[in-house]
Ligand binder design. Structure first.
Ligand code: ADP
Ligand code: MG
Length: 558
């Protein structure tokens, strides 16, 4: 039997094990089970490939995607490993040959999709073969609340019953504490050895910016920082993927769309070009990326808010696997929150499922709103404490500026009160700014004491104040017309017993020499502002109501 170290050097060509690889391998060599949580690019594959080679028999790898299996098998064969996969894409006779090779002991690694493994015929076949281990890759697919859920993964616990003597290893890059528990429980790995690596990716610079003109923001980022680099741009919808890819091409970038609605050949071709050519930008939905091993992805940009922190972490984790400096840029508009909230509400599934989905969205929103170190917040989500602020995220590099908004807040709250607590923000702002429009006159609101007392701020700045007061629960948004209402939390502020620091809007922060806005509409978030308040207020409330939300979710500038 060849030693793991020997295999590492002579088959894979590496000198040393990385992180916990050695311990994981030892665990399997000793015949025990393992659950491995390691970030994307951490080197999970060797954790099962090496013991599969070192132990007698064939290692069975369960992997969710056919494309992923093909890549891995090709790479292994190129390294001289006797590897194969069985899936529906194979002609019958080829499948037969592989089955014979397995029974003859001529295979080191066999990759299977879960649905294939679970077929009685396959289970029977495996029962006749000598097996070294079972590896369940991308094990988070067993989590019903994750976006990669695969029903077949739920039945993989049968492996333990059917093959009690064969060690099992489950691996994932995605797992907060709860998902981890779920994986262990569902795959019957509670008594397995758990290996949890640091999820920190110090070479990735995290940035989350308010979306005001996403295309211009993206273009500026690409031109200023990413000329000629490979990267991924994530969008929520297929149509946005296509239009964004087209537009990037017009701007002179090598951009290719990728989403589940494209023909399989096109997807495969775009993936291949991304892997092989230099400087390709893939514009994609979340359908793109699982298992893609391209070391020099220099940036991952999100033009829409990811559904959860796990999704964000996993998607951004595709940048910088080579350890070189890389950037994760997320542009988020509060309309994203509304959109995702609506999607969650309309999605099929139990109330519990919807609640879990909302919780995840809330946590993601918390990460966007936070004004302290993003990496700390991100890692805390994975139950990991960072000793000090990272110095390599936007909030560390450029701490968000704040201003004393006590007076503005008091004016706004008073105006909401004076106008009867039933009007939406647009109207209240009109009154504050002394607008002479029809609605103001109709309700005699040019007569209230707060009329015209807020001319010092622009309407957009007032909207920022409203937004932050809603997020902090000073204001509620009520009913069909999204009327603003005071909450109990206002009292100390209105009595002058409390001051409030508000975050400066990008427009307020922008210095004199900065790019003028040239009459462009102030922000794309405008039309969505109304439902937005509703959503934010609801988020905030749910966070207070529900447990199990990561502790860093604070919607105020800490
Ligand atoms: P994961 O599945 O955790 O995302 P992979 O197993 O695909 O990661 O490995 C990511 C990259 O790291 C691969 O290019 C792999 O060859 C490389 N790698 C893994 N282990 C080592 C090691 N011990 N030394 C050097 N490179 C390694
Ligand atoms: Mg992997």
């Amino acid at each position: 039997m060849t030693s793991p170290q020997h295999i590492l050097e002579h088959v894979f060509g590496y000198a040393d094990f990385r992180g916990p690889q050695r311990q994981v391998i030892d665990t399997l060599m000793a015949g025990s089970d393992a659950l491995v949580l390691m970030p994307t690019g951490g080197g999970k594959s060797l954790c099962y490939q090496i013991p599969a080679l070192a132990r007698p028999g064939c290692g069975v790898v369960i992997s969710p995607l056919i494309a992923l299996m093909q890549d891995q098998v090709e790479a292994l064969q190129a390294a001289g490993v006797r590897a194969a996969f069985l899936n529906s894409s194979l002609p019958f006779h080829e499948a037969r040959d592989i089955e014979s090779a397995l029974l003859a002991g001529d295979l080191d690694l066999l990759y299977l999709a879960p649905e294939r493994l679970l077929q009685p015929r396959t289970l029977e076949l495996l029962g006749q073969a000598t097996l070294s281990l079972f590896a369940i890759d991308e094990a988070h697919c067993v989590s019903q609340w994750g976006h990669d859920f695969r029903a077949d993964y739920l039945y993989l616990n049968c492996l333990h019953e059917r093959f009690p003597a064969i060690p099992r290893i489950a691996l994932t890059a995605t797992a907060d504490g709860r998902t981890r528990g779920e994986i262990a429980r569902r795959l019957d790995l509670e008594s397995a050895e758990h290996f949890v690596s640091s999820f920190d990716r110090p070479n990735i610079q995290y940035r989350i910016a308010q979306k005001n003109n996403p295309r211009r923001q993206l273009l500026q980022f690409l031109k200023d920082e990413q000329q000629g680099n490979a990267g991924i741009v994530y969008c929520l919808s297929r149509s946005k993927v296509e239009s964004t890819a087209d537009w990037l091409c017009q701007q002179g970038f090598k951009a290719l769309p990728y989403h589940a609605g494209l023909p399989a050949e096109v997807r495969a071709d775009h993936q291949r070009r991304f892997l092989r050519e230099d400087g390709v930008i893939v514009v994609a939905t979340i359908a793109f990326g699982m298992g893609i091993d391209k070391p020099d992805v220099r940036f991952v940009a999100h033009l829409d808010l990811p559904k959860s922190v796990e999704a964000y972490y996993q998607e951004t984790g595709r940048a910088g696997r080579d350890g070189e400096p890389s950037t994760a840029l997320l542009l988020y508009g509060l309309e994203d929150v509304v959109k995702l909230g609506q999607m969650a509400a309309m999605s099929e599934g139990s109330e519990e499922h919807k609640r879990a989905e909302r919780n995840r969205l809330n946590a993601m929103l918390g990460l966007c709103e936070i004004t302290s170190c993003r990496r700390r917040a991100l890692l805390r989500y994975f139950a990991e404490e960072l000793g000090e602020d990272c110095g390599n995220c936007d909030t560390c590099l450029e701490p968000p500026q704040t201003w004393d908004g006590t007076q503005a807040a008091a004016k706004l709250l008073s105006c909401v009160y004076r106008t009867g607590q039933r009007f939406g923000a647009a109207h209240v702002i009109d009154v504050l700014r002394g607008s002479e429009n029809e609605k103001v006159r109709k309700f005699n609101h040019d007569q209230v004491s707060t009329y015209g007392i807020g001319k010092e701020l622009s309407a957009n700045e007032w909207r920022g104040v409203v937004r932050q007061l809603v997020v902090r629960d000073y204001l509620e948004v009520e009913g069909e017309f999204q009327g603003l209402r005071l909450t109990q939390a206002c009292r100390p502020l209105l009595r002058g017993e409390e001051s409030i620091q508000l975050r400066k809007l990008p427009a307020q922060t922008r210095g004199a020499g900065a790019e003028p806005r040239r009459g462009a509409p102030p922000a794309e978030i405008l039309p969505a502002d109304e439902p937005l308040w509703e959503a934010l207020r609801a988020c905030r409330k749910r966070i207070a109501d529900e447990q199990g939300v990561p502790p860093y979710v604070v919607f105020h500038d800490a």
